[in-house]
Design a protein around this ligand. Structure first.
Ligand code: NAD
Length: 352
């Protein structure tokens, strides 16, 4: 059966990097029907809405979605409801994509690209599972109000038991497929909401006796990630802590341009996107690293379409181009072959 992929190139480097991932998917000779739509700043400019109705309809019909990135300084002064990021939060919420999977793998060829000592990071392979549709990013009430003659800003951290339970199941199951170690990150010493998080994690752990569950406070987790990151296998945490820790983990690998991500619903329908943003500083220059987006397409093959062999084919092609010495600017070091976005795509296609 033909599967439908919705491609949302987005803003900044988004169109450049998604174009390469689309070429890779097309090269696999699978039955995919691909369609493009607007999301983010481009959608605001064209229609005045970061998540247009037409995109919403196509997103609901699609089996999987490939996204570049959204945002840029030209939209930063718009009212909050019209900012590109609202489009991204909107599609995640609309499709109920509550589980964000972000692997951080350090390819041996890039051990020197990390700012940490090679012996600390060599062989790193961790998976961060971030809850994506709850927490302080969506909690009500929120806003800025006048109180005693001054402005007061406020947001609400909130998690229901069922929200914690479903992300717990995803992360325990992910750990079962790996080294069977799950570290849950919270701030239970200060935040009641995350005490509930910890309690529910412990309850769900009874269903997974083969997985070793541990707990860590988020401040310690931030330290341990740079001190001894290889102690972790799978980490699970809430939306805000996960946002920060997954970016930190990305730097362990040397480049944010190498990190894919998947956001899944209950049925493994997924939105696949690189972990980085729209990189306005290099947009339109043809120098962005497309590998995170290409590896996101590989995750799509694995998680939504159950095509493990094809996923591995793409991942092995990426490994091969790194071994051959191809590097975009973000992962370049002397003695390697510096290439642009399109040439990197060409190299992956050749390796396939
Ligand atoms: P960013 O990830 O866009 O860029 C951070 C740095 O990493 C920049 O120096 C950039 O050039 C570099 N970089 C990022 N991706 C790269 C790639 N593929 N190849 C080479 N270098 C790369 O983060 P930022 O600068 O904080 O944010 C820029 C814009 O992106 C903002 O508008 C922000 O809101 C948005 N953003 C979007 C997403 C998303 O769409 N998922 C995520 C984060 C930030």
């Amino acid at each position: 059966m033909t599967k439908k992929i919705l491609v949302l190139p987005g803003d900044g480097i988004g169109p450049e990097i998604t174009a390469e991932a689309v070429r890779v998917l097309n090269a696999l000779d699978l039955k995919f029907e691909m369609e493009e739509a607007l999301l983010g700043g481009g959608a605001v400019d064209a229609i005045g809405n970061p998540y247009p109705e037409a995109t919403r309809k196509l997103a609901r019909e699609a089996d999987a979605i490939l996204l570049g990135a959204v945002g840029g300084p030209q939209w930063d002064s718009l009212p909050r409801e019209q900012r590109p990021e609202r489009g991204l939060l909107g599609i995640r919420k609309d499709l109920n994509l509550f589980a964000n999977l972000r692997p951080a793998i350090l390819y041996p060829e890039l051990a020197n690209a990390s700012t940490l000592k090679p012996e600390v990071v060599a062989g790193l392979d961790i998976l961060i599972v971030r809850e994506l549709t709850g927490d302080i990013y969506f909690g009500q009430p929120r806003g800025v109000r006048e109180e005693n003659g001054e402005r007061v800003g406020f947001n609400t951290m909130v998690y229901s038991e069922s929200e914690i339970r479903r992300i717990a199941h995803v992360s325990f199951q992910a750990a079962q497929k790996r080294n069977k170690k799950l570290c849950s990150v919270d701030k239970m010493n200060v935040l009641e909401c995350t005490q509930l998080w910890r309690d529910v994690m412990i309850e769900v752990s009874k269903d997974y006796p083969d997985v070793e569950l541990s707990h860590m406070l988020v401040d310690n987790a931030a330290m341990q990630l740079v001190k001894a990151p290889k102690q972790f296998d799978v980490m699970v945490t809430g939306n805000m802590f996960g946002d920060i820790l997954s970016d930190e983990a990305s730097m362990l690998t040397g480049s944010i341009g190498m990190l894919p991500s998947a956001s899944l619903d209950q049925n493994n329908k997924g939105l696949y996107e690189p972990s980085h943003g729209s990189a306005p500083d290099i947009a339109g220059k043809g120098v962005a690293n497309p590998l995170a987006t290409i590896l996101s397409a590989a995750m799509m093959l694995r998680y939504t379409f159950n095509l493990e062999e094809q996923a591995l084919r793409v991942e092995n092609a990426v490994k091969k181009v790194l071994a051959q010495g191809y590097r975009t600017g973000d992962i370049y070091e002397r003695g390697t072959n510096k290439v642009g976005t399109r040439e990197m795509g060409d190299a992956v296609l050749a390796a396939l």
